[in-house]
Ligand binder design. Sequence first.
Ligand SMILES: [Ca+2]
Ligand SMILES: [Ca+2]
Ligand SMILES: [Ca+2]
Ligand SMILES: [Ca+2]
Length: 469
Amino acid sequence: MTSPCYLRYQTPDLGYREAAVLIVVLWMCAGLVALVLVFGQIVALEYRSADSTVAGIQAEQAAESAIRYVCYTLENLETSGAMPDVDDAEYKAEAVFLGDALFWLLGRDPNARPGTMPIFSMVDECSKLNLNTATAEMLANLPRMTPEFAAAIVDWRDTDSQVSENGAEAETYTLRKPAYRCKNGPFETVLELKMVYGANDEILFGEDTNLNGVLDPNENDGEASLPSDNQDGELDPGIVEYLTVYSRNSQPAETADGGSLVDVNSKDQENLRSLLRETLGENRANDIVSQLGAGAEFRSILEFYIRSKMTPDEFDKLADSLTISSGDSESESGAGSDMEAEIVPVNVNTACEEVLTCIPGIGSSYASALVAYRLGHPKNLDSVAWVAQVLDEDAAIQAGPYLTTHTYQFSADVAAVGQNGRGYRRIYYALDIGDGQAKVVYRRDRTDLGWALGREIRSQLSEWRASTK
Ligand SMILES: [Ca+2]
Ligand SMILES: [Ca+2]
Ligand SMILES: [Ca+2]
Ligand SMILES: [Ca+2]
């Protein structure tokens, strides 16, 4: 075959034509190559998107399995009414493998300020203030809260249409565009707060816009990216961090070994007397009963403990056998409780300082003292008696009805990835185990809030991905 250059040199006319054909052929070749490349790219993209679709499905399935695992864990707790122990070998909350998928439970450390690393555990819903029962005064002590918003929250949920001081009822909501009604009924989710007059993202979510209890890079860069934050190296969450609608006033139905409970407010003191005799002996039983006086009524187990003048050791021996009914509401059910607003107590062992601050009788200085005591005496927290070591008598008696050491409502904020660390999903579940069986009472997909596992896990996953290529 003659080369194109040679042809062009010999016969310029013909050579020019052939050269033009050659250029066209070359262009066509280049076009074909480009097409092949594009197809290759599409196939690779499709492969990758199929890979992430599969990974996404795996992650979703992992989250659903995680919640079954969480229910099983809660139903088989060694001590019912307690938080699962993260040191327990049976209970895993961090990077749990399920086939090709992995899941984590995003938790909180009630004894420490949030940091840049996530904490892995379930969350005790009883560690938070109940949005449906906390008073405006209690709510007003939350960080970022204003008295106006606290009053509007109470007006939103109370059945009447009387505007409380600084509050907002129907008149305010009919003027909104679009207009809507004031609910005048209990909150069904914490996010329903968005409907309440005066709500904004700053007050609700603060710096923790992805609700993971972790200081993420965008939450500490000032105005450089949303949210606007104060760049102080500390996470300052909004009020939703401290509120729940899932906690209930659940009490154990029987003692850990199946015995019956003794009501400290029972008119007939015989059961109490015999419990005291069995645990502390005849003499101490007599002392304590005369100390308590006949017909005494208590607003809380903590008050009973304080008035009994028992030693902490004595009380620990029988605390699990005690329960409390609210005065004479047994006989006139409803009549008494209508007068006095329902109280859903907070778990004093798992509540953070911000929540404890809101409890009547506690306030900010006692709240930090309570957290310090918990850190210093982790083995002393079985019964509520330890609170009397920190608070003075009046404060402890005032706080008593608002405190518990039992927990029957939890949440599990499950983050999961599928094969190759792809397909990130996050699903939040609230669970109630008050009736003995763990029930999911709420489920919400939180994937749209973005990555919640912090920087470190993200880079671990990409290293893992690179190593499996
Ligand atoms: Ca109302
Ligand atoms: Ca965050
Ligand atoms: Ca920011
Ligand atoms: Ca901050």
